[in-house]
Design a binder for this molecule. Sequence first.
Ligand SMILES: Nc1ncnc2c1ncn2[C@@H]1O[C@H](COP(=O)(O)OP(=O)(O)O)[C@@H](O)[C@H]1O
Ligand SMILES: [Mg+2]
Length: 260
Amino acid sequence: MNAAAAAAATPAARKDRLLEVSGVSVSFDGFKAINNLSFSIGKAELRAVIGPNGAGKTTFMDIVTGKTRPDEGRVIWGDRSISLLRMNEAKIAQAGVGRKFQRPTVFEDQSVFDNLLMALRNARSAWSVLFYRPTDEDRARVVTLAEEIGLDSQLARKSGELSHGQKQWLEIGMLLAQEPQLLLVDEPAAGMTPAEREHTTDILKEAAKTRAVVVVEHDMEFVRRLECKVTVLHEGSVLAEGSLDHVTKNEQVIEVYLGR
Ligand SMILES: Nc1ncnc2c1ncn2[C@@H]1O[C@H](COP(=O)(O)OP(=O)(O)O)[C@@H](O)[C@H]1O
Ligand SMILES: [Mg+2]
């Protein structure tokens, strides 16, 4: 790239960037779980984060969501370059960071429709929750969300009757109801059937068309199907980054996965 092209590309790249983590480290009892980590993601980007157990993948999500405070480094968010490190977990969620945990937290006694409606209501401000009456628009939005997660034929069903995979999708739908700009998903494929895994990749790919989505996943078939850039973490740092084919040819990555 020549100098003019570089100058033109830089501001655009900045503008499209949603999250920028740089030089972040955190130690637990002297053990560096995250070690000078740098990571950035664009506004409508899907990214897979892989790496062996203990690489720091979950801790990375804990830092972005404000659950864990790093010892050093920066975590910069959005067009106004706000530091997430000065915000608590609730404020970070309000700013547009949604996180899906492994265990679904759907209300089992409620229907799929009501779970989605509650998530939509909770996305509103505190005072409107008190006086909340669903409008036709809200009901239509619930149906759209159900379509996005492939549960539009299950709206009347009790959530407790859903399969493990369907509950996971419902929870993704409940997060999407809050319209996060960044969705963090930790090991979604665990416990899913192959067909459920396939459907989950479709949901995440679709969601990433209008927001940033970061997916931590061990299942390489799942990661391949995401068809996105991959970041390999190892010992709390980025070991390699690029297409899955690119990173799996990296000798350091091969060493880490196959042992020395
Ligand atoms: N709250 C904590 N207290 C102490 N050690 C922790 C804590 N969270 C994570 N760790 C340690 O940090 C390392 C990275 O963990 P984690 O982020 O869970 O890895 P991954 O998700 O990649 O498997 C592990 O060695 C883990 O034991
Ligand atoms: Mg983990």
